[in-house]
Design a protein around this ligand. Structure first.
Ligand SMILES: [Ca+2]
Ligand SMILES: [Ca+2]
Length: 167
């Protein structure tokens, strides 16, 4: 008699049980909307790459002082727009900063996304023309954390979206 290695035996039993009638598969749970997107809980040394036309969802939470980072490469003369918005129900007052090569702060914006009356007046927007080619880094955080180094803001409802677009 031919011996079946235990691992293969287990695998074939698994396949057999899946195929049996009367064992309905549990329904797939859709991801709950509004859940924090931990995949974009990034650090300054390991930012998420973002390109024009892309957007990400994130959350300012999980630690007392959370700062999220997104990087992109721009060519000299690129005309770009960064929008950081708090979706309905979010508790976040977002602030966005832009760095060149993770160095100096080029721009900092707080409530500048309200050009459209339907926009949340707390949203943050940066319009800029890349002066020189290089890697730029977007920092997203809470207004509460910006001007007070001892403040904390750790709320699972601090949801935001960040979008980079050419204009
Ligand atoms: Ca985060
Ligand atoms: Ca703001």
């Amino acid at each position: 008699m031919k011996r079946i290695p235990p691992a293969l035996l287990g695998f074939s039993l698994l396949l057999a049980s899946c195929g049996q009638p009367g064992h309905p598969q549990p329904p797939q749970q859709p991801p709950s909307s509004g859940a924090p997107d931990r995949s974009t809980d990034t650090t300054r040394t390991a930012p998420v790459t973002i390109a024009p036309g892309q957007s990400y969802g994130g959350v300012i939470a999980g630690q007392p002082r959370d700062f999220d980072y997104y990087s992109f490469d721009a060519a000299a003369g690129d005309q770009l727009r960064i929008d950081v918005k708090a979706p309905a129900g979010s508790t976040l007052d977002p602030v966005v900063r832009l760095y060149l090569n993770e160095g100096w702060i080029l721009l900092e914006k707080d409530d500048d996304g309200a050009y459209n009356p339907s926009d949340n007046s707390l949203d943050a927007q940066i319009l800029f023309n890349a002066d020189k080619a290089g890697r730029y880094v977007i920092e997203v955080t809470s207004f509460k954390l910006v001007n007070d180094p001892t403040a904390t803001d750790n709320n699972a409802k601090n949801l935001y979206t960040v979008a980079l677009n050419k204009r």
